[in-house]
Design a protein around this ligand. Structure first.
Ligand SMILES: [Zn+2]
Length: 93
């Protein structure tokens, strides 16, 4: 069975600095905020490196941000499906 696109999209929420900075629109699938990448102030890295490559949402402070360069739609409907799958384990077909 193929995974729904909004579950595959989750992989774009880590180590995503290049993807986010090249995007025009970014979205957070935790708080469902949609925003341009230039308002992101915090980036977080792996615990064992000093490199910060993962965008942190400026609204809810979570590392659950994807950008439109990922190829996925950045809208509330899509982000909400990601939220349900990633944080509530509920798959909406
Ligand atoms: Zn957020």
């Amino acid at each position: 069975m193929n995974k729904p696109e909004y579950i595959k999209a989750q992989s774009f929420s880590s180590n995503n600095r290049d993807q986010i900075l090249q995007s025009k629109r970014c979205g957070c699938f935790y708080c469902l905020a949609i925003f341009p990448p230039d308002i992101i102030e915090k980036w977080q890295g792996d615990d064992d490196s000093n490199i910060s490559e993962t965008a942190v949402c400026p609204f809810c402070n979570r590392d659950s941000v994807i950008g439109d360069v990922s190829g996925y739609p950045i809208n509330v409907n899509f982000l909400q499906r990601m939220y349900m799958a990633c944080f509530r384990d509920i798959i909406i077909e």
